[in-house]
Design a protein around this ligand. Structure first.
Ligand code: ADE
Length: 418
């Protein structure tokens, strides 16, 4: 019998309906499932995954299994597991250890359970699994062909490990695939951030000042959606190029110290701690709403908010109201964890189709090429990006042009000028 721990296995039927709904909106991944269930390129592979347990992730998990892999899974955030989906996976013999609302000790316990299969491949979002393996299970590292990392924060963390000479097996930076960060981070976060904000608060965005901390791909996605909803958008940055881009994209750019006093809604996506601190909170208007879209709950300093407050009340799902000692009300969504997953259902399936097609391809690539590679962070192969994008276009009924033979010749004909 498969080992698992989920909130309630009785939720499996509802979870299965969610997964089947996601499958219908993930045509690229489903195409890969059909193709590779015949050739079984992951046969003999044991994959330990640590990534938000959502309906989209379930489609990925079941595609990995269809391609021959044995899979064990945990969530990568205490508030992002969909308990119905976790139950459906467990009922389908997946070794899944995840439930919504687990604490830190339980979180790492879940990761430990998934390592019992002695993985040959790892699939991570945030690098907690990679780090746990290095810190506590060095004995498992010789089995590993390689791994992949899904998110900006995780790739930064793994690159820091590699720079420090500490990384012990090869990792593919799936986040850096064009078919990941140009779509998931921009359109996925852009939309699902507001899905989370609206489900948690019901607030009207039109006429408000929305402060976006960080103008990376996620920040850009959120800024354009905020503008589309009728907000004045303010961007804060530390990178002068990104700050300049934000200004020329039409947003106000200023220090968080100045933005603090005028913002109605603050959304962070920087990968850095202390973007919004007590010093900023002291200046905020009553009614200010705070939410984070970065991987870890360190961007908005919640202990600072608590220290400024005389009370904290959970007033509805994923929304805490803090009454400050000077009589203002400040609201924090999802305990400062990923707004889109803590308060809503994460990115839509059709954008996760791209991210997870790339994750799936990364697993196949590592199974084939990983053994013998030196421990380093590997770039996602460009040809796989192009294949995935082309397939997605085809599923959308879109044809694009191809160069003629003459154009191909021109592209390399450096002697031809004016
Ligand atoms: N990250 C953001 N949205 C997600 C989703 N729907 N599933 C898995 N990971 C996600």
């Amino acid at each position: 019998m498969t080992d698992y721990k989920v909130k309630d296995i009785g939720l499996a039927e509802e979870g299965r309906m969610l997964i089947e709904y996601a499958e219908k909106n993930m045509p690229v991944l489903m195409h890969l499932r059909e193709k590779y269930s015949k050739t079984q390129p992951l046969k003999g592979m044991r994959i330990t995954g640590c990534l938000h347990v959502t309906k989209e992730t379930a489609v990925l998990v079941e595609t990995l299994r269809a391609a021959g892999a044995e899979v064990a899974w945990s969530g990568c955030n205490p508030l992002s597991t969909n308990d119905k989906v976790a139950a459906a996976l467990a009922a389908n013999d997946v070794s899944v250890f995840a439930w919504h609302g687990l604490d830190t000790e339980e979180y790492y316990w879940c990761i430990e359970q998934t390592l019992k299969i002695k993985p040959t491949l790892t699939l991570d979002d945030g690098a907690d699994l990679i780090f746990t393996l290095h810190q506590k299970h060095e004995e498992l590292i010789p089995n590993l062909y390689g791994g992949s990392e899904e998110t900006t924060t995780g790739v930064i963390r793994v690159r820091a490990m590699a720079d420090d000479g500490k990384l012990k097996y090869p990792i593919m930076a799936v986040n850096d695939a064009d078919t990941k960060h140009l779509f998931d981070n921009v359109y996925g976060t852009g939309q699902s951030a507001f899905d989370g904000v609206l489900r948690a608060t019901d607030m009207l965005i039109a006429g408000k000042t929305v402060v976006i901390g960080g103008y990376g791909y996620c920040g850009r996605g959120m800024a354009v959606r905020a503008k589309g909803l009728g907000a004045d958008v303010v961007v804060t940055e530390v990178d002068p190029v990104r700050g300049l881009q934000a200004r020329m994209d039409g947003y106000q750019v200023m220090k968080m110290d100045d933005a603090a006093a005028i913002g109605d809604l603050f959304l962070t996506a920087t990968g850095m701690k202390d973007i919004v601190t007590g010093a900023h909170m002291k200046k905020m208007k009553t009614g200010a709403v705070l939410g984070n879209l970065g991987h870890y709950n360190v961007e908005i300093n919640e202990p600072d908010l608590m220290a400024l407050s005389k009370s904290k009340t959970r007033i509805r799902h994923a929304l805490d109201e803090y009454e400050t000692k000077d009589g203002r009300f400040i609201y924090l969504i999802g305990e400062g964890r990923l707004v889109n997953l803590a308060a809503a259902s994460g990115h839509p399936s059709s954008v996760m189709d791209l991210s997870f097609a790339s994750q799936f391809n990364a697993m196949i690539w590592m199974a084939k090429n990983g053994k013998g590679l030196k421990p380093a962070v590997y770039e996602f192969p460009k040809e796989l990006d192009r294949e995935t994008a082309l397939m997605k276009l085809q599923t959308m009924g879109i044809d694009i042009d191809e160069w003629t033979e003459e154009q191909k010749r021109y592209a390399t004909a450096y002697a031809e000028g004016t």
